[in-house]
Design a protein around this ligand. Structure first.
Ligand code: SF4
Ligand code: SF4
Length: 316
């Protein structure tokens, strides 16, 4: 297959751009990664682990963020885009194999650092990878192949520019997670651990979001070209708050994948949303969940009940 065949294959599968990164250069990238906080300590020894692979295909799926959904459950549009890209990458992998090539989807390589270190993207002050034409609004998939591709197979040729360093994202972060020297992941709302209760002071900041925090992307001038779209109706139905509180999460699997759709994790988050939205109609369910076997669900439900019944609370 030529690089043009590969490009057509990826575009037909629904990707918006792709690049080829030769594995022979990975040692150099590993060296360069010492200066990139996001890449430190990550795995790059692919030539050793996969000696027959020659190149990493970097597949890009852009997306537009969802419009705000006041009073309703929402989530970052990144997650459905990422799930779509995951499934599409499998299709590309299968076709490459059918054509007699070695192909391995989802290898253990950090995808966004690979994009940046191979010279196609750059990091912004919000700690996220950016790609010219997409801002930070894209999902990325990697496929290792034995194809000896070494040229830029994207239609966009002169890619990297840089973060403007304006600091708007830092000012927009409600928890001060963005600092001069990078992201303090321990504070970031996008990285809240699921096995521990969300710290009480952060619970109102979760707002109505089941997954993700988009504030430092929404405000970034590099992202303003993306525009916003309505959430698909079917996804919106799957985010019905009483249904989530009841543990009905299976309808979310096609949108988010099984990794994200864990019943207790989503129930616990739904409790916070019910509290933040002051959903009195959910009180009966919350009272039941306050006796749940899962300690995080219990604690979040109790907090939500207290918030809803507090005479001084206002909707978050
Ligand atoms: S995702 Fe949210 S909490 Fe995390 S750094 Fe960005 S604005 Fe701050
Ligand atoms: S808001 Fe400004 S500093 Fe932050 S990532 Fe965007 S361009 Fe860079």
């Amino acid at each position: 297959m030529t690089h043009l065949d590969i490009r057509d294959l990826a575009l037909q599968a629904g990707f918006d751009a792709l690049f080829a990164a030769p594995l022979s250069r990975l040692a150099r990238w590993q060296e360069a990664s010492r200066d990139v906080p996001q890449a430190r300590g990550l795995f790059y020894d692919l030539p050793h682990r996969y000696p027959r692979m020659r190149c990493a295909l970097i597949l890009i799926k852009g997306y537009k963020p969802y419009r705000a959904r006041p009073g309703l459950v929402t989530l970052s549009a990144y997650y459905p885009a990422s799930q779509t890209a995951y499934a599409k990458a499998r299709e590309v992998e299968e076709i490459l194999k059918e054509k007699g090539h070695l192909a391995l989807c989802h290898p253990p390589v950090p995808a966004k650092p690979l994009l940046v270190l191979s010279g196609k993207g750059f990091y912004g002050g919000n700690g996220l990878a950016f790609l010219e034409g997409f801002g930070s609004r894209f999902a990325i998939q990697i496929i290792l192949t034995d194809l000896p591709l070494h040229q830029n197979i994207a239609s966009e040729e002169s890619l990297p520019t840089s973060c403007r360093g304006c600091g708007i994202c830092r000012d927009a972060c409600p928890v001060g997670a963005l600092q001069e020297d990078g992201v303090n992941v321990a504070r970031c709302l996008r990285a809240l651990p699921e096995n521990r209760p969300v710290p009480e002071g952060l619970r109102p900041l979760v707002g109505n979001s089941l997954l993700g925090c988009d504030l430092c992307q929404d405000c970034c001038p590099k992202n303003h070209q993306a525009g916003k779209v309505d959430m698909p109706e079917e996804l919106s139905r799957a985010l019905d708050l009483p249904a989530l509180l009841s543990g009905s999460v299976i309808p979310l699997i096609p949108w988010l994948g099984k990794n994200y759709v864990r019943k207790k994790r989503l129930q616990a988050r739904a409790c916070l949303i019910a509290g933040n939205l002051m959903r009195r109609d959910c009180l009966e369910q919350l009272l039941e969940l306050a006796k749940d076997e899962h300690p995080v669900v219990r604690e979040h439900a109790a907090w939500a009940i207290g918030r809803i019944l507090s005479p001084t609370s206002a909707p978050g």
